[in-house]
Design a protein around this ligand. Structure first.
Ligand SMILES: *Cc1c(COP(=O)(O)O)cnc(C)c1O
Length: 492
């Protein structure tokens, strides 16, 4: 049985279902497994399995309280023909790296990998835990989580979904995807501020005891679809197991030989999932953590000091415009030897001093991580070069990862086969990608989608086709101090 506890030392234990319903622990910590299960078979035995079968193995290890037939139903309902690639997450060679394309779901970003299944995991948890409250999903987004959560939860019985996005700092396509969302239980608000403001505001509402009581009186309860919810993280572990199996299948690796992973990182959820994959038995050697100009993580990995007293940059990889990477807290907890008191003190320091420095033990655990970053210009150049030389089209986030991977190889000489997490369709950031491959400028942002399609022949994801003609259904804008008003407004 795998139990979940808070990273900040609270002694309360939850099973998987309870942790997923609650989202964030009462002491503001994140739920983490108290030990790591181990894959029960050699990875080569999974060769020939489809994505659903691999996901079933992995989810079953972490969510031991879910009956097997429930898990199977969740997985089969999530990973079906709403993904436009039959393999769900194809591993594609581009240049000298393997791109794990995680963006073939409904919203064309990797968030679909977890958010297609989270609503099923949550409603199953509610049924099995006899939870009768209406669950209100509160979500802050840097652009992609919001739409993926809206698609996942739209009209799911027993739930409301509320999304906050920064009014400046998401791409035009991302914004239009969200404000055109249909579904009676969906609520979308722009806030005047950046992603960190949105995430901080949402966390404040989670910690507001008086408001929790007000909601309870209405038969409602808050939960989260951000990667602070363990139900987001666990499904993401599956695709790193899958990627390794694909490398075995292609003959790139033999059983037991290591791969490296390269992840364009924002909230540290995706790269943490790769680290979890290693803990359960996938041979990963280096974790290459790629940032854009908001390079807090690069500096942290290099110095052991996490310091957010710096300028916030709006970049062409907006889903990574983040200074407070929530999931890092989970890694620090594991590396500290499950020392909740230590993590609570680091997080208190982050809140008060806007910085913290980790101890030697944690520092030593970070040795398998490499941190690097790409500027906007370097990102564009990477897209252009890759397209010209290999005919492979990367989005801006994936390009950040590729550039950092190239830096890593030059510095280290390490030629271990690398899997790059390819996190979005190029069409989601069509203007930047079009410019990077030398297309002319257009006045209307949506014109880039057809221009990019005409030039490259890469198929436009279903969810993005015709987006500019969809009706705008959400227009609310709030100050960053007013998030609670917006929530009250949504739930009245
Ligand atoms: C969310 C997102 C990221 C960052 O992922 P984290 O799990 O937050 O580190 C990178 N690229 C894209 C396209 C995203 O949507």
């Amino acid at each position: 049985m795998i139990k979940y506890k808070s990273t900040r030392g609270s002694l309360q234990e939850k099973n998987g279902a309870q942790a997923i319903i609650k989202g964030i622990a009462e002491d503001k910590g994140l739920y983490v497994p108290q030990r790591f299960p181990q894959l029960p078979c050699a990875l080569s035995e999974l060769i020939g399995s489809d994505y659903r079968q691999v996901a079933f193995r992995v989810l079953g290890l972490f969510l031991t309280d879910y009956p097997q037939e429930d898990l199977k139903r969740c997985i089969d309902s999530a990973y079906d023909s709403k993904f436009e690639a039959p393999e769900i997450a194809p591993l594609v060679k581009g240049g000298d790296a393997y791109f794990l394309e995680l963006y073939h779901g409904r919203t064309a970003a990797f968030k679909d990998m977890a958010l297609s299944i989270l609503p099923y995991l949550l409603t199953t948890a509610m049924k099995n835990e006899k939870e009768e409250s209406r669950i209100v999903i509160l979500t802050a987004t840097s652009g992609d989580t919001g739409k993926a959560a809206l698609e996942g939860f739209a009209d799911v019985p027993g739930t409301e979904i509320i999304v906050f996005y920064p009014n400046e700092g998401v791409s035009q396509v991302q914004e239009r995807q969200m404000v055109t969302q249909e579904g009676k239980n969906t609520h979308v608000y722009a806030i005047r501020g950046n992603f960190d403001d949105a995430q901080t505001g949402v966390k404040q509402i989670f910690n507001d005891q008086a408001y929790a009581e007000e909601l309870a009186a209405k038969g409602m309860k808050l939960s989260s679809a951000n990667s602070i919810n363990i139900g987001r993280l666990v499904p993401q572990v599956a695709y790193y197991v899958w990627a390794y199996v694909k490398l075995l299948e292609k003959g790139v690796l033999k059983e037991g030989e290591p791969m490296n992973v390269v992840v364009p990182t924002g909230n540290f959820g995706n790269i943490l999932a790769a680290w979890y994959a290693k803990q359960i038995g996938v041979p990963v050697d280096r974790f290459i953590c790629a940032s854009n100009e908001n390079k807090v993580l690069t500096d942290f990995i290099n110095t052991g000091v996490y310091d957010i007293r710096r300028e916030f940059h709006l970049t062409n990889s907006p889903s990574m415009d983040i200074l407070i990477s929530s999931n890092l807290e989970r890694l620090l907890y594991h590396l500290s030897g499950n020392d909740g008191a230590e993590i609570a003190s680091l997080m208190a320091s982050l809140e008060k001093e806007k910085r913290y420095e980790v101890n030697e033990k944690i520092r030593a655990g970070l040795a398998s991580f490499y941190g690097g970053f790409a500027t906007e210009a370097e990102t564009k150049k990477a897209i252009g070069d890759m397209y010209r030389e290999n005919g492979y089209l990367m989005d801006t986030h994936t390009a950040v990862a590729y550039k950092v991977y190239e830096d890593y190889r030059k510095e280290s000489g390490d030629e271990t086969p690398a899997v790059i997490a390819s996190t979005a369709s190029a069409y989601k950031f069509a203007d930047s990608v079009a410019e990077a491959i030398g297309l002319p400028e257009f006045a209307d942002g949506f014109a880039y989608i057809s221009a990019l399609n005409a030039k490259t022949g890469v198929r436009v994801p279903r969810g993005l086709a015709g987006l500019e003609h969809k009706k705008v259904l959400h227009t609310g804008v709030y100050d960053k101090e007013e998030l609670l008003d917006a929530v009250r407004n949504a739930l009245q």
